[in-house]
Design a protein around this ligand. Structure first.
Ligand code: MD3
Ligand code: FE
Length: 217
């Protein structure tokens, strides 16, 4: 019996997988650009260093963060917010490279969100063991815009929950080059990242880099 008798079994996984209403995984979408994106991330981190921020509750995050764009995401004892100034450098955040803006716009359009114009790009760096607890992204002024995420380097197990923290969560592996678009009814779903396992990647070594593009203001 040969495989081609089964017309309904596709041995090649779909490149674009809808996760649920409003969420779309674009596998490998950023692969060809990955080296360029990582070089841009290094240049951004020269001006706005990765730092492990403090939560309002006084815990230090295991993930190290920086930003580029008109505003960057900041967390400290006073709360979470977007700010046009990097509190570490005292300077505006580095500009968002045109190529980042274009990539995010192309991904959003493929998922059905035309005209996405992000003004912030958060860049998260995960060393082995770093994790992100279940949370909602709701610091943006309007929740009508999607968020586009780009995963690079070591892979991670992403947790995609429901509208309540206690809802059970799907586990979705996110690998180098994968892009995900989250909008509409998926925009306020709880999500997080399990502790990242050390399995070095040729482009990043023992690190995972995640970029999230947002329209914050
Ligand atoms: C689902 N970052 O920075 S990206 C974050 O891998 C964040 O670093 C994770 O969650 C990371 O806030 C996950 C995927 C993601 C981003 C935003 C979402 C999934 C989302 C917003 C709503 C629903
Ligand atoms: Fe998030």
């Amino acid at each position: 019996m040969t495989l081609d008798l089964f017309d309904d079994i596709d041995p090649i996984p779909a490149a674009h997988e809808p996760l649920c209403d409003g969420a779309m995984v674009l596998r490998h979408f950023a692969r060809l650009e990955a080296g360029n994106i990582l070089a841009d991330v290094e240049a951004i981190a020269q001006k706005a260093a990765f730092r492990r921020m403090e939560t309002p509750g006084g815990l230090r995050m295991s993930v190290a963060t920086t930003s580029c764009g008109n505003v960057g995401w900041v967390s400290d004892r006073r709360g979470y917010r977007y700010d046009s100034i990097d509190p570490v450098s005292g300077q505006p955040w580095p500009r968002m490279p045109e190529s980042f803006f274009a990539l995010a716009g192309r991904a959003a359009a493929l998922a059905g969100f035309d005209g996405f114009a992000p003004d912030a790009c958060l860049i998260n760096r995960y060393d082995p063991g770093a994790k992100l607890s279940l949370h909602q992204d709701k610091d943006e002024r309007s929740l009508d815009h999607p968020i586009v995420s780009v995963s690079l380097g070591m892979s991670a197990m992403f947790l995609f929950g429901g509208m309540k923290r206690s809802d059970s969560a799907m586990r979705i592996p996110l690998m180098h080059g994968d892009v995900v678009v989250w909008g509409g009814p998926a925009r306020l779903r709880y999500h997080g990242v399990l502790p990242v396992k050390e399995k070095p990647h040729s482009l990043t070594g023992s690190r995972r880099i995640n970029l999230t593009f947002r329209k914050a203001m």
